[in-house]
Design a protein around this ligand. Structure first.
Ligand code: OGA
Ligand code: MN
Length: 204
Protein backbone atom coordinates (compact mmCIF):
# COMPACT_ATOMS: atom_id res chain seq x y z
CA UNK A 1 0.00 0.00 0.00
CA UNK A 2 1.47 3.39 -0.91
CA UNK A 3 2.77 5.30 2.08
CA UNK A 4 2.63 2.36 4.45
CA UNK A 5 6.44 2.24 4.61
CA UNK A 6 6.76 5.89 5.61
CA UNK A 7 8.55 6.15 8.98
CA UNK A 8 6.23 7.14 11.78
CA UNK A 9 8.07 10.39 12.58
CA UNK A 10 7.37 11.56 9.01
CA UNK A 11 3.68 11.03 9.78
CA UNK A 12 4.14 13.05 12.99
CA UNK A 13 5.69 15.87 10.96
CA UNK A 14 2.92 15.67 8.38
CA UNK A 15 0.25 15.81 11.08
CA UNK A 16 1.87 18.79 12.83
CA UNK A 17 2.72 20.69 9.66
CA UNK A 18 -0.72 20.30 8.13
CA UNK A 19 -2.21 21.38 11.47
CA UNK A 20 0.01 24.48 11.55
CA UNK A 21 -0.84 25.48 7.99
CA UNK A 22 -4.52 24.48 7.93
CA UNK A 23 -5.78 24.23 11.56
CA UNK A 24 -6.84 20.65 10.87
CA UNK A 25 -3.89 18.28 10.59
CA UNK A 26 -4.32 15.06 8.61
CA UNK A 27 -1.89 12.14 8.36
CA UNK A 28 -3.29 9.35 6.15
CA UNK A 29 -0.81 6.71 7.38
CA UNK A 30 -0.44 7.57 11.03
CA UNK A 31 -1.04 3.91 11.95
CA UNK A 32 0.71 1.06 10.18
CA UNK A 33 -1.68 -1.41 8.51
CA UNK A 34 -0.71 -3.99 11.16
CA UNK A 35 -1.48 -1.72 14.12
CA UNK A 36 -4.72 -0.53 12.53
CA UNK A 37 -5.82 -4.15 11.98
CA UNK A 38 -4.85 -5.14 15.53
CA UNK A 39 -6.78 -2.26 17.07
CA UNK A 40 -9.76 -3.02 14.86
CA UNK A 41 -9.76 -6.64 16.08
CA UNK A 42 -9.52 -5.43 19.67
CA UNK A 43 -12.55 -3.16 19.28
CA UNK A 44 -14.56 -5.99 17.71
CA UNK A 45 -13.60 -8.24 20.65
CA UNK A 46 -14.57 -5.56 23.20
CA UNK A 47 -17.88 -5.15 21.45
CA UNK A 48 -18.51 -8.90 21.50
CA UNK A 49 -17.63 -9.01 25.20
CA UNK A 50 -20.06 -6.17 25.83
CA UNK A 51 -17.32 -3.92 27.20
CA UNK A 52 -18.30 -0.82 25.21
CA UNK A 53 -20.53 1.59 27.12
CA UNK A 54 -22.78 4.43 26.03
CA UNK A 55 -20.77 7.63 25.91
CA UNK A 56 -21.72 10.29 28.41
CA UNK A 57 -21.21 13.90 27.65
CA UNK A 58 -18.90 16.17 29.55
CA UNK A 59 -20.07 19.19 31.44
CA UNK A 60 -20.98 20.96 28.22
CA UNK A 61 -24.04 18.80 27.74
CA UNK A 62 -27.25 20.53 26.97
CA UNK A 63 -29.35 20.09 30.08
CA UNK A 64 -32.49 19.20 28.16
CA UNK A 65 -31.99 15.45 28.07
CA UNK A 66 -34.58 14.83 25.37
CA UNK A 67 -32.13 15.45 22.59
CA UNK A 68 -29.07 13.25 22.56
CA UNK A 69 -25.77 14.88 21.59
CA UNK A 70 -24.08 11.60 20.77
CA UNK A 71 -24.97 7.93 20.46
CA UNK A 72 -21.57 6.26 20.17
CA UNK A 73 -20.20 3.65 22.56
CA UNK A 74 -16.78 3.98 24.11
CA UNK A 75 -14.02 2.18 26.01
CA UNK A 76 -11.13 4.03 27.68
CA UNK A 77 -7.65 2.80 26.77
CA UNK A 78 -5.20 1.96 29.52
CA UNK A 79 -1.79 0.29 29.35
CA UNK A 80 -2.73 -1.80 32.37
CA UNK A 81 -5.27 -3.72 30.29
CA UNK A 82 -2.30 -5.57 28.85
CA UNK A 83 -3.53 -5.65 25.23
CA UNK A 84 -0.53 -5.45 22.88
CA UNK A 85 -2.17 -3.19 20.32
CA UNK A 86 -3.65 -0.89 22.92
CA UNK A 87 -0.21 -0.54 24.53
CA UNK A 88 1.44 0.00 21.15
CA UNK A 89 -1.06 2.72 20.28
CA UNK A 90 -0.56 4.54 23.59
CA UNK A 91 3.22 4.31 23.16
CA UNK A 92 2.88 5.89 19.73
CA UNK A 93 0.67 8.62 21.21
CA UNK A 94 3.36 9.31 23.81
CA UNK A 95 5.99 9.49 21.07
CA UNK A 96 3.78 11.92 19.16
CA UNK A 97 3.35 14.09 22.27
CA UNK A 98 7.11 14.20 22.76
CA UNK A 99 7.49 15.22 19.12
CA UNK A 100 4.79 17.88 19.45
CA UNK A 101 6.28 19.30 22.63
CA UNK A 102 9.70 19.57 20.96
CA UNK A 103 8.34 21.04 17.72
CA UNK A 104 5.77 23.46 19.17
CA UNK A 105 6.59 23.86 22.87
CA UNK A 106 3.08 22.54 23.42
CA UNK A 107 3.72 21.64 27.08
CA UNK A 108 1.48 18.57 26.97
CA UNK A 109 1.86 16.46 30.12
CA UNK A 110 -1.18 14.20 30.13
CA UNK A 111 -3.52 12.42 27.72
CA UNK A 112 -6.65 10.28 27.48
CA UNK A 113 -7.94 8.08 24.67
CA UNK A 114 -11.02 5.99 24.13
CA UNK A 115 -12.19 3.66 21.43
CA UNK A 116 -15.49 4.69 19.89
CA UNK A 117 -17.97 2.60 17.96
CA UNK A 118 -20.75 4.30 16.04
CA UNK A 119 -23.30 1.64 15.20
CA UNK A 120 -25.49 2.20 12.17
CA UNK A 121 -27.46 5.41 12.74
CA UNK A 122 -25.11 6.77 15.43
CA UNK A 123 -23.83 10.33 15.41
CA UNK A 124 -22.16 13.05 17.47
CA UNK A 125 -23.70 16.47 16.94
CA UNK A 126 -21.77 19.69 16.42
CA UNK A 127 -19.49 20.43 19.40
CA UNK A 128 -16.09 21.48 20.66
CA UNK A 129 -13.97 19.06 22.69
CA UNK A 130 -12.90 21.44 25.44
CA UNK A 131 -15.42 21.60 28.25
CA UNK A 132 -16.38 25.04 29.46
CA UNK A 133 -15.42 24.30 33.06
CA UNK A 134 -12.35 22.22 32.24
CA UNK A 135 -9.73 23.66 29.93
CA UNK A 136 -7.22 20.81 30.25
CA UNK A 137 -7.91 19.42 26.80
CA UNK A 138 -5.62 21.30 24.42
CA UNK A 139 -5.53 19.14 21.29
CA UNK A 140 -7.78 16.45 19.86
CA UNK A 141 -6.28 13.45 18.06
CA UNK A 142 -8.70 11.13 16.27
CA UNK A 143 -7.55 7.94 14.57
CA UNK A 144 -9.72 5.79 12.31
CA UNK A 145 -9.91 2.02 11.94
CA UNK A 146 -12.32 1.47 9.02
CA UNK A 147 -11.32 -0.37 5.86
CA UNK A 148 -12.93 0.55 2.55
CA UNK A 149 -15.07 3.40 3.84
CA UNK A 150 -17.22 4.97 1.16
CA UNK A 151 -18.83 8.39 1.05
CA UNK A 152 -22.21 6.64 1.04
CA UNK A 153 -21.30 5.03 4.40
CA UNK A 154 -21.88 8.42 6.07
CA UNK A 155 -20.10 8.80 9.41
CA UNK A 156 -18.01 11.68 8.15
CA UNK A 157 -16.13 14.03 10.42
CA UNK A 158 -17.47 17.45 9.47
CA UNK A 159 -15.24 20.29 10.58
CA UNK A 160 -16.79 23.76 10.62
CA UNK A 161 -14.39 26.25 9.06
CA UNK A 162 -14.91 30.00 8.69
CA UNK A 163 -17.10 29.81 5.60
CA UNK A 164 -17.16 26.16 4.70
CA UNK A 165 -17.50 22.67 6.12
CA UNK A 166 -14.67 20.23 5.60
CA UNK A 167 -15.70 16.57 5.22
CA UNK A 168 -13.25 13.91 6.35
CA UNK A 169 -13.86 10.20 5.79
CA UNK A 170 -12.86 7.86 8.67
CA UNK A 171 -10.37 5.76 6.68
CA UNK A 172 -8.24 3.17 8.48
CA UNK A 173 -4.76 4.40 9.52
CA UNK A 174 -5.71 8.08 9.19
CA UNK A 175 -5.20 10.53 12.06
CA UNK A 176 -6.76 13.98 12.41
CA UNK A 177 -5.41 16.62 14.78
CA UNK A 178 -6.92 19.96 15.85
CA UNK A 179 -7.25 22.38 18.75
CA UNK A 180 -9.83 21.24 21.30
CA UNK A 181 -10.87 24.73 22.36
CA UNK A 182 -11.82 26.27 19.05
CA UNK A 183 -12.51 23.63 16.42
CA UNK A 184 -16.22 22.87 16.02
CA UNK A 185 -16.98 19.52 14.47
CA UNK A 186 -19.51 16.72 14.28
CA UNK A 187 -19.86 13.11 13.23
CA UNK A 188 -22.67 12.66 10.73
CA UNK A 189 -24.89 9.56 11.11
CA UNK A 190 -23.05 6.41 10.11
CA UNK A 191 -24.68 3.97 7.71
CA UNK A 192 -22.45 1.11 8.87
CA UNK A 193 -20.48 0.43 12.03
CA UNK A 194 -17.70 3.00 12.40
CA UNK A 195 -14.65 2.49 14.64
CA UNK A 196 -12.17 5.07 15.86
CA UNK A 197 -9.94 6.17 18.70
CA UNK A 198 -10.65 9.64 20.10
CA UNK A 199 -8.09 11.27 22.31
CA UNK A 200 -7.03 14.47 23.96
CA UNK A 201 -3.62 15.87 24.74
CA UNK A 202 -3.81 17.75 28.00
CA UNK A 203 -1.93 20.25 30.12
CA UNK A 204 -2.83 19.65 33.74
C1 OGA B 1 -15.11 13.06 19.60
C2 OGA B 1 -15.28 13.34 18.14
C3 OGA B 1 -14.82 12.72 15.86
C4 OGA B 1 -14.68 11.52 14.99
O1 OGA B 1 -14.93 11.89 19.95
O2 OGA B 1 -15.18 14.03 20.38
O3 OGA B 1 -15.66 14.43 17.82
O4 OGA B 1 -14.47 11.71 13.78
N1 OGA B 1 -14.91 12.40 17.24
O5 OGA B 1 -14.78 10.40 15.47
MN1 MN C 1 -15.22 15.86 19.33
Amino acid sequence: MPGSNIPVHKQFDLLINSFLSDKVGIAPHFLTPALSAGLQQHVLQLQQDDMMTAAGIGNDEIKDGTQKMRTDKIYWLDKSHGNTFEKQFLQQAEDFIEHLNMACYAGINDYEFHYAVYEEGSFYKRHKDQFKTDSNRKYSLITYLNDNWLQTDGGQLDVYREETVQHILPHAQTAVFFRSDETEHEVTPANRSRMSISGWLKRV
